[in-house]
Write a protein that binds this ligand. Sequence first.
Ligand code: ATP
Ligand code: MG
Length: 124
Amino acid sequence: MEQAPKLALKGVSRTFSDLTALSSTELSIKPGEFISVVGPSGCGKSTMFNIIAGVLQPSSGQVLIDGKDVTNQSGHVGYMLQKDLLLPWRTVLDNIVLGALLKGGASRAERSEGVALARRYGLG
Ligand SMILES: Nc1ncnc2c1ncn2[C@@H]1O[C@H](COP(=O)(O)OP(=O)(O)OP(=O)(O)O)[C@@H](O)[C@H]1O
Ligand SMILES: [Mg+2]
């Protein structure tokens, strides 16, 4: 039996005024599958990632994770940006827990998880 996709895009389009950045894009990625998206600058890669991450609304179409419609919902997907976009005036830990800080403050448990993550990625 064909394995159900972990992530799927169904007819995803996005325009910025009269510019079409994505047009009826279809994508289907199986669990554990590793894919690369290659294309010239401006072809719509970041636009697609931002829509998958739920931080940019598509003009039309749907994003599905495990078959569930998660269009316009953030929090299901994490991705590493092209640039690190760290805040140089903050400590490493305060950069790691920035998401929690912006949501109202990082708890002791979140800071402790941040330290564990830093160690795991060789930043201890
Ligand atoms: N917020 C925006 N407002 C207007 N136009 C935008 C916006 N974001 C992206 N675009 C345009 O949409 C098109 C796709 O941009 P996108 O950033 O997705 O390309 P990319 O493939 O990620 O390029 P690069 O390889 O340079 O990162 C480009 O023409 C870009 O100028
Ligand atoms: Mg890009």
